[in-house]
Design a protein around this ligand. Structure first.
Ligand code: COA
Length: 288
């Protein structure tokens, strides 16, 4: 769930609070992405950054991205948007060799950002990004559709009532069996998986959320999809990760003929230095 984007006074995307951290991000080195690989990049933490650091992160962004950043009402949401866009540009640049500022992104009819067709099929890679309080997650794949969602597990936002509004009957029934203290985590397991599927398909909420369902842990660590009408569960591969103590991430990748997909996860900080965040694989879907 992203923050509220509003038409706040044009004042500026400042956020240079006293004691804010300073970063000098360095370019990531060249990266190789195999046909069978899905790479996930996680940027955890939401320490406020000072104005010069924000300016450095903003350099590769397009004017329209800076305008969008400035429209978020709260500094924390502005910074999350800025870091997410800067991360997308750095990471895509590392895989494609195109300079971060030269990358052209375009949105599909439902708003899903993609590398612009002008870059040519040989250089284009698929990506999807998600951001929430304290975590930005970016998934990349050489070809095929990809979706990622991250949420902070908070008891405030999880309830059976919300599940009844959005989830499939089987998911609601399963949540109804869960002990109250385990409900938030299980609720967000479903939520992130559902969002990752919707985001991979890239057609927004034209996929009704109650017309497809996940089954969690039919065997330990396994999960499975009952696909939406007109789709096949076997077309998709899912992974679910716990990042740090508070966040869940779900990744949905299109299965490609003859390719056995493998997931690699990296954490980076706001200087693009790797390492440091604890991650656990919570679940994975397997061939039917
Ligand atoms: C926009 C949407 C794709 C996800 O929104 P979200 O979960 O609030 O936000 P996330 O942080 O996970 O993802 C936002 C990013 O997804 C990307 N995105 C935008 N539209 C997209 C689309 N149609 N498909 C895939 N990705 C999309 C963008 O990069 C966006 O980042 P940006 O705003 O910085 O440009 C959309 O599916 C949505 O509004 N979902 C809410 C649906 C809901 O009510 N779900 C109930 C529980 S299952």
């Amino acid at each position: 769930m992203s923050g509220a984007e509003t038409h706040a006074p044009a004042g500026h995307a400042g956020g240079g609070r006293k004691g804010a951290a300073s970063v000098e991000p360095q370019a990531l080195g060249p990266m190789v992405l195999g046909d069978h690989e899905i790479h996930v990049w996680c940027l955890a933490g939401s320490e406020p950054l000072d104005d010069p650091s924000q300016e450095r992160l903003r350099r590769p962004l397009r004017p329209e991205e800076c305008e969008r950043e400035a429209r978020f009402r709260f500094p924390r949401d502005r910074q999350t948007f800025l870091l997410a866009r800067a991360l997308v540009r750095q990471v895509l640049s590392a895989y494609t060799g195109i300079a971060p500022e030269d990358l052209r992104l375009q949105a599909n009819a439902h708003g899903k950002p993609e590398m612009a067709a002008a870059h040519g099929d040989a250089r284009r890679i698929s990506f999807n990004v998600s951001h929430t309080d304290g975590l930005i997650a970016l998934a990349v794949m050489r070809r095929g559709a990809i979706g990622i969602d991250t949420e902070k597990v908070s008891s405030r936002a999880a309830s059976l009532e919300i599940a009844q509004r959005f989830f499939a009957p089987s998911e609601v029934a399963s949540l109804g069996q869960v002990a109250a203290d385990a409900l938030p985590r299980q609720f967000f397991r479903y939520w992130t998986l559902k969002e990752s599927y919707v985001k991979a398909r890239g057609v927004g909420l034209s996929v009704p959320l109650d017309e497809f369902a996940f089954e969690l842990d039919p065997m330990p660590g396994a999960l499975s999809l009952h696909a939406a009408p007109g789709d096949r569960a076997s077309a998709w591969k899912f992974w679910q990760l716990a990042i740090g103590g508070q966040h869940l991430v779900a990744v949905c990748a299109e299965r490609l003929p003859g390719v056995r997909p493998r997931l690699r996860v990296r954490s980076v900080d706001a200087q693009w230095r790797c390492g440091g965040t604890e991650m656990t694989l919570v679940g994975e879907s397997f061939d039917a």
